[in-house]
Design a protein around this ligand. Structure first.
Ligand code: PLP
Ligand code: SF4
Length: 381
């Protein structure tokens, strides 16, 4: 298992043997040298016949791109949590009747193009449809990676205009795709425009760059974020194998820049659907100033059902975490309801019995260890 002290450069596969450390640590180089075809994986890992076929048949459906950095974290052979998230699989081509291309009805809740306003006080602003790595489990496959739907500057301006005219919005989530695919100048402009809006309390940035392209989090970017502090950054680590020195450095720069950093893990079958994996993920994140925020149930999006776990799996993980790691390491387990119902939290049931007594109802709880305790409730007013 990798850890935060090893550099991905030291783990680089034979394909990148001749690359210099300064190339490797340049996000431009990483971006330009992304793996896109089956042939690009020669000297990286041994693709199965199924994976090769998935490249041939599925490439037009959801593009493939993997940064050399992320590829370096992959096992050279065999099953691997990094590879499963980044290399296409034939199961992506199976479309089932209950799946939806827009599972969260984000397009329906758009008062202006490129902005979803579903909750009273929050809005999602899509500023880019590109990502350094296209996660095979992406819930926004319908538009992410599709160059014909990229958010234009005019559209982003219209979204910001809507936010400034809608005082109920207190919290904006800059999303995409990945907003860190924008240039520093463009990001600075968007953050500056949002900061001018007096009714905003919270500006958030949703980005997977600390995982997939941590080199993007440069000192310049950190300085920029500091100018607009506090920015709430939610990133997307799914497995401890994604930890390395570069991702630790990226988190440190964000934290030092006054960002409030959180993690949104997506629960994925065969990747992180075991309590001990989530436990070590969360412990590692906490060590680097990143608070586990959500465990997200995998959505009903098209072609990702092979990643989904039963709801019971998430509940078992939550049951294991509570009591065994401090509260800062226990995220909320949420299901984003299909059709735009919003997120609801699921919790294990800690109440085992209720009975009445002369003093009030006696509620019998179990704790994380299975021991039982009676709590005398007061009568409602
Ligand atoms: C997830 C989401 C948010 C943010 O939800 P939080 O629970 O506040 O993190 C806001 N708007 C939409 C449309 C969302 O899907
Ligand atoms: S980084 Fe986020 S938006 Fe981009 S492909 Fe991955 S899950 Fe989708």
């Amino acid at each position: 298992m990798t850890d935060f002290s090893t550099s991905s450069f030291e783990m680089r596969p034979p394909r990148f043997e001749a690359v210099s450390i300064s190339q490797w640590q340049s996000w431009h180089w990483q971006h330009q040298n992304r793996l896109r075809s089956a042939a690009d994986f020669d000297g990286v890992c041994q693709l199965s016949d199924g994976e090769r076929a998935a490249f041939d048949k599925g490439a037009d459906r959801f593009r493939v791109a993997v940064t050399p950095h992320y590829a370096a974290l992959m096992a050279r052979s065999g099953d691997c949590p990094i590879r499963r998230q980044a290399v296409p699989h034939l199961d992506e081509l199976k479309i089932q009747s209950f799946e939806r291309s827009d599972p969260l009805a984000e397009e329906e809740h758009m008062p202006v193009p490129g902005l979803t306003h579903r909750y009273p006080d929050r809005a999602l602003l899509y500023v880019s449809h590109h990502c350094p790595v296209y996660c095979r489990h992406c819930t926004r496959k319908r538009k992410v990676s599709n160059p014909t739907t990229a958010a234009s500057m005019a559209q982003v301006e219209a979204g910001i205009g809507y936010i400034s005219e809608t005082p109920e919005i207190r919290d904006v989530i800059i999303s995409g795709g990945d907003p860190l695919t924008l240039s520093d100048a463009r990001l600075d402009h968007i953050l500056g425009r949002l900061r001018e809006i007096a009714h905003l309390d919270v500006i958030r940035l949703g980005t997977r760059n600390p995982v997939t392209l941590p080199q993007r989090v440069t000192d310049e970017l950190a300085a920029l974020l500091r100018r607009h502090a506090p920015i709430y950054v939610n990133t997307h680590f799914n497995h401890p194998a994604e930890f390395c020195r570069e991702s630790a450095d990226a988190l440190k720069r964000l934290v030092t820049a006054g960002c409030v950093v959180g993690n949104q893990m997506v629960l994925l079958k065969g990747i992180n659907d075991e309590a001990k994996i989530v436990m070590s993920l969360n412990r590692g994140l906490l060590r680097h100033g990143c608070r586990p925020y959500y465990i997200l149930q995998c959505d009903m999006a098209q072609g990702i059902t092979h990643f989904r776990t039963p709801l019971a799996t998430g509940l078992e993980i939550m049951d294991h975490l509570r009591g065994r790691i401090g509260g800062v390491g226990v995220p909320d387990f949420v299901v984003d309801l299909p059709g735009g119902g919003g997120k609801v939290e699921l919790l294990p049931d800690y109440i085992v019995d209720r009975r009445s007594s002369e003093h009030g109802e006696v509620v019998r709880f179990r704790n994380f260890d299975g021991e039982e305790f009676d709590f005398v409730d007061v009568a409602p007013p």
